[in-house]
Design a protein around this ligand. Sequence first.
Ligand code: C2E
Ligand code: CA
Ligand code: CA
Ligand code: CA
Length: 275
Amino acid sequence: AKRRGRGRPVRFHGALAASARYRRLIETDLRGAIARRELGLHYQPIVRAEDGETVGYEALLRWQHPARGPISPLDFIPVAEETGLIHEIGAFVLHEACREASRWTSGRSIAVNLSPVQFRNAALAAQVASALAASGLPATRLEVEITESVLLDASSNNLALLGQLKQLGLRIALDDFGTGYSSLSYLCTFRFDKIKIDRAFVREICVSREALAVVRAITGLSRSLAIATTAEGVETPDQAACLRREGCTQLQGYLYGKPMPASALPESGMALRAG
Ligand code: C2E
Ligand code: CA
Ligand code: CA
Ligand code: CA
């Protein structure tokens, strides 16, 4: 297995990632990772396209494994989903993200990723409500990001659960839009507040007519439906300019800031230290 100390998360590709042995290793170590305080959140800025002003942050889960170093969420979230550990981890993320955001005097919002598996929990809305209540964060400052797979499961009552979340007063974003089975018709099945345009299109927007056409279709329909659009993975000023021209309302990516620990945020502790 590839191993490195600190630094970039190591991805376990292909056969290794898929192997039952690897999954068992991850599963064993993931149990109790919360209690051992190995899981934490990083925060990545989301800026207004118009003027580059930071409007909020997306919470992104990080696992600092004591022996293997940082492990990518792309490697451990699937294991958490298969084993059901995602319910406990998801609750941790919600509580931690709301608690952190409640300390920000800037009033900026916080976006939290929800796994489709979390929708198998009928008490999901109650769990979100409890994170809001415990932290004192107003629901209007919380956004949850879901992927279209939540909508794909036609037999489920996921739409009802989404309605319950909406009732709490938070915003709901459709993540990774344009990939997978994404269809523009999803935008009519539920009143989303925001669409996040997948990095795959953002990466190509300046060089591929097809990518530009997809972005144009998404921003056009969003505008008609009065839905905000965030482009993810913006890395260059040229990409930002193209996205602005297409009417994208928010931008997110390394150009504006990488995911960082709460202590590195401009709002970190300043008010507390001053006060
Ligand atoms: P995502 O929700 O699509 O998050 C965006 C990913 O793109 C993040 O990867 C982020 O670090 C990365 N990114 C942001 N800007 C750029 C950029 O300019 N260039 C490039 N190359 N990458 C950029 P990360 O943090 O590794 O997370 C990967 C995925 O893991 C997330 O994709 C999300 O699906 C999942 N994930 C992360 N945290 C959570 C969580 O708390 N709960 C759940 N259920 N899933 C999570
Ligand atoms: Ca996301
Ligand atoms: Ca995304
Ligand atoms: Ca993604």
